[in-house]
Every structure is written in C-alpha cells, then in structure tokens.
Design a protein around this ligand. Structure first.
Ligand code: SAH
Ligand code: DHB
Ligand code: MG
Length: 219
C-alpha cells in the first residue's frame, strides 16, 4: 500500500474521531511559526494516547520529549481536575513554545515542563522519591529509549502503562538493522515485568508504531 493511501486512512480516522479544537491547531501553528520540526504525533495517535490515559485512570503522567506540547495536550486532557503531568525537554526554546501552548489550552496548572537532559531529570526523580506515575510516554531521542525504559519501569506503578513512540523504524524489517527504537523493542519484549504489544499507527510518511506496555501487578 502506498503512502498516499495510508495518508487517506489516517485522514479518515482523524476527521472521524480526532478533530482538533482551537488549542490543538493553535499549538501546531505556534510550532510552525517558531520553526520547530513537525514531528509531533498525529491527531489520531494523540487521540489514542488520550484514550489510553483515560483507560488507565491516569492521575499522574510522565512524558519524555515535549517538543511544542502537542502530545502533552492530548495526554493532559485525560487527567482529572487534580491530576498532574510532568514533561521532560532538552531544548529550552521547545519548552518555552510548549508552555505557551499549554497555557492557551488552560493546562498550565496541571503540567510542568522540566528542562534538561531527560536521563538526568529521571534519575533525579528516582532518587528524590517521586510519587509513582500511572502512565509514561517515551518520545525523545531514540538512542536514549532503553535508558528511559529502565527509569520508567521504576517510576510507573504496577498496573500502569509505558508507551514508546516511533517503534516501527525501517530497521525492524532488516534482521541486521540497528536503531534506538529497535533496541527499545527488544528490551521491552525481554522485560519480565512488562506485557507488551506494538500498535501500528499511521503518519505523514507512512506506517509507524506505538509500543504499549503494561507493568505487571502480581509481583
Ligand atoms: N512528544 C512530542 C514530540 C517530541 S519530539 C509530540 O508528539 O508532540 C522529541 C523531543 O525530544 C524534541 O523536542 C527534542 O528536543 C527532545 N529531546 C531530544 N533529546 C532529548 C533529551 N536527551 N532529553 C530530553 N528531551 C530530548
Ligand atoms: C520523527 C517523528 C517522531 O514522532 C519523533 O518523535 C521523532 C522523529 C520523524 O518523523 O522524523
Ligand atoms: Mg514521536
């Protein structure tokens, strides 16, 4: 199936189930204006994140990789009134753009954008006795994914979800292929505490994946 056909399916899903409101389209507009790369999740994947957060009853969400706050808005909108989301971002300019869009979306009170290398922030959280998260969404530099996974497993409660974006890179089609996301998939599949599957998702350049893992309750 060619990318144009895949795009058509993605548009259908988005237009039927994931219509953007003013805050979401403004967030994308703001990213474009500020010269951020358009590598945010699609609206349909945003809706998938939203519904997974609702299904897990998430009150505390962790995001690794904020960019302009687009996926952050989809996730934070699943939180109850007293819920909280912490999102980690390396680039101060990205963080500033995200804060503006989160503010416009009325989510500034629920969301904290923490600037710095994600691994340092995660280590700090672990050492500082951060309360457990119900859901973690990993979507930053792919070479960091395996380390982020280790931190996420420690920081997410039993029964909680760990989601990995961009987990169907071309490298999975080549037995000798290597990529950060493929290494993440292998680590997740071998992890004794995780029950996992990749959800194929559609995006601009064709097919991608969201790796959904649930941390086991019974151990
Ligand atoms: N979740 C966003 C997209 C994130 S793109 C969305 O779907 O809307 C990946 C982001 O990770 C970029 O903003 C990039 O600056 C950030 N990033 C890259 N390396 C990082 C690191 N070591 N620590 C934290 N963030 C990092
Ligand atoms: C790309 C897409 C992403 O969702 C991401 O997190 C990083 C890169 C991309 O299409 O290049
Ligand atoms: Mg991504």
């Amino acid at each position: 199936m060619n990318d144009e056909t895949l795009n058509g399916y993605d548009r259908y899903i988005g237009q039927t189930f994931a219509v953007e409101d003013e805050a979401l389209s403004a967030a994308r507009e703001e990213m474009r204006r500020e010269g951020l790369p358009e590598i945010n999740v699609s609206a349909s994947e945003g809706k998938l994140l939203h519904i997974l957060a609702l299904m897990s009853g998430a009150r505390r969400i962790l995001e690794v990789g904020t960019l302009g706050g687009y996926s952050t808005i989809w996730l934070a909108r699943a939180l109850p009134p007293d819920g909280r989301l912490i999102t980690l971002e390396l680039d101060p300019h990205h963080a500033e753009v995200a804060r503006r869009s989160l503010d416009r979306a009325g989510l500034a009170g629920k969301v904290e954008v923490r600037v710095g290398p994600a691994l340092a922030s995660l280590s700090q959280m672990e050492a500082g006795g951060e309360a457990p998260f119900d859901l973690a969404f990993i979507d930053a530099d792919k070479d960091g994914y395996v380390e982020y996974l280790k931190k996420a497993v420690a920081l997410v409660r039993p029964g909680g979800l760990i989601l990995g974006d961009n987990t169907l890179p071309d490298a999975v089609l080549d037995p000798a292929g290597d990529s950060g996301a493929k290494r993440y998939n292998t680590a997740v599949a071998a992890h004794p505490d995780l029950i996992s599957i990749i959800f194929p998702v559609l995006r601009e350049r064709g097919l991608d994946g969201l790796l959904v893992s649930m941390k086991r309750e019974n151990r």
